[in-house]
Write a protein that binds this ligand. Structure first.
Ligand SMILES: C[S@@+](CC[C@H](N)C(=O)[O-])C[C@H]1O[C@@H](n2cnc3c(N)ncnc32)[C@H](O)[C@@H]1O
Length: 218
């Protein structure tokens, strides 16, 4: 895993030096050559905080938008639970790869950019899910990207964001990506929606916190 992190860091530094700091995602998926051991965030299973949320709201289904879907574990999980899923990622290689792995009839895999979301997605989805995207992109992109999430949630729909959060008791400088997010930043993501859940936990082996934030459009 340390070797993979080194490759990731080299690709990320090189992309920043070229003046295209988000290009390293595509570079990494391309470099991986369809070997998922090179994709450090791909665990082959849905995020446990999403699974917990689904257990709590079992039976709910509708249309879901998965933002920055990567290798698609969360999208496949929701499709198997009966959701009608649109899953997009900035990386063309990731989308080509995930399409080959998971040709599920109720998932539409698309190349897309959270900085310029498809206008037809506005207020369209019952669930918008963001896992580990905002923490993986530099602040200059993170702030505008974060403001594009809430507008995609339809009437009565929910926005779920999952990721790392700064630990106020342990203010160390983090050399990301990923960068743990400030609580106030996380709260700003859904400021036009109603907050309904903020789950925070610290694992023993980690210095940062982990969060799941949920908002609803009423
Ligand atoms: C850390 S990975 C997380 C992937 C997936 N959500 C997961 O949890 O396994 C971040 C993902 O976001 C994608 N990404 C980065 N910037 C993006 C953007 N502006 N729009 C859409 N996807 C983006 C990357 O290509 C990458 O697949």
């Amino acid at each position: 895993m340390d070797d993979v992190r080194k490759i990731l860091r080299n690709l990320s530094d090189a992309a920043s030096e070229r003046g295209a700091p988000l290009d390293w995602f595509e570079d990494l998926y391309d470099f991986a050559g369809k070997d998922s051991t090179f994709i450090p965030w791909s665990k082959g299973e849905p995020h446990p905080f999403l699974v917990d949320w689904m257990d709590e709201y079992a039976g709910r289904e509708g249309s879901a938008l998965i933002v920055g879907c990567g290798l698609g574990e969360d999208a496949v999980y929701l499709a198997e639970k009966g959701w009608n899923v649109t899953a997009f990622d900035l990386s063309e290689s990731a989308i080509r790869w995930v399409k080959e792995m998971h040709a599920h009839h109720s998932i539409s895999w698309e190349v897309g950019d959270l900085l310029k979301p498809n206008p037809t997605w506005i207020e369209k989805f019952d669930l918008v899910l963001e896992v580990h995207i905002l923490q993986a992109i530099p602040e200059v992109f993170r702030i505008p990207a974060s403001q594009n999430l809430a507008p995609l949630v339809g009437q009565g729909g929910q926005l779920i964001c999952i990721g790392r959060m700064e630990n106020p008791l342990n203010e160390i400088e983090v050399d990301g990506p990923p960068w743990p997010l400030e609580r106030s930043f996380i709260q700003s993501i859904g400021q036009t929606l109603n907050p309904t859940d903020m789950y925070v936990v610290q694992y023993e082996e980690e210095e940062h916190l982990r969060y799941r934030a949920v908002w609803q459009r009423s």
